[in-house]
Design a protein around this ligand. Sequence first.
Ligand code: FE
Length: 199
Amino acid sequence: MSDPRQRVSPAPVAERARALEEALVAKEIVPEGFIDMVTARAEQELSPRNGARVVARAWVDVGYRARLLADGTAACAELGFHGPQGEYIVVLENTPTLHNVIVCTQCSCTAWPVLGLPPDWYKSPEYRARVVREPRALLREMGLDLPEGVTIRVWDTTAETRYMVLPLRPPGTEGWSEEQLAGIVTREAMIGVAKIDVS
Ligand code: FE
């Protein structure tokens, strides 16, 4: 007699995923190869490297910066970054006296075309609760100690609006090329939990 729990234990994940895909294709809910296409797109195209290029361009081009702050979606699309979860991107400008930080208190939304998929800590209940209740203390614990004179503004993502922080350009980067600048912009800085330092 075999253990009844064995009989009902689920198949390995890959097998279940394949069965599910086959069923969806058979019912013509998704076209053949759809899952591979989406996976490849997520891995290759949805990356915080895209947002880093947007930030670097805004740092070197005042006209682009103005367009980015006026209409984030259109300015990101100018550089080729658009698509699902990026239909309405709002860019938040950090200044020496204002620091922006983003969260999705409901779940884990990010602006996929420029920030990529959300990191695990961003999805954690702890981050989502504490960044709203006590942003200064939480940011300090995450390594970002902001002076008391800096106002912290927390932005909660909605189903439609996706935010991206435009970090301050760090001192010591005068004369750097746009490409060099893009190389120092981190996903964390574009979420607002880190600043960019080159010292
Ligand atoms: Fe969400």
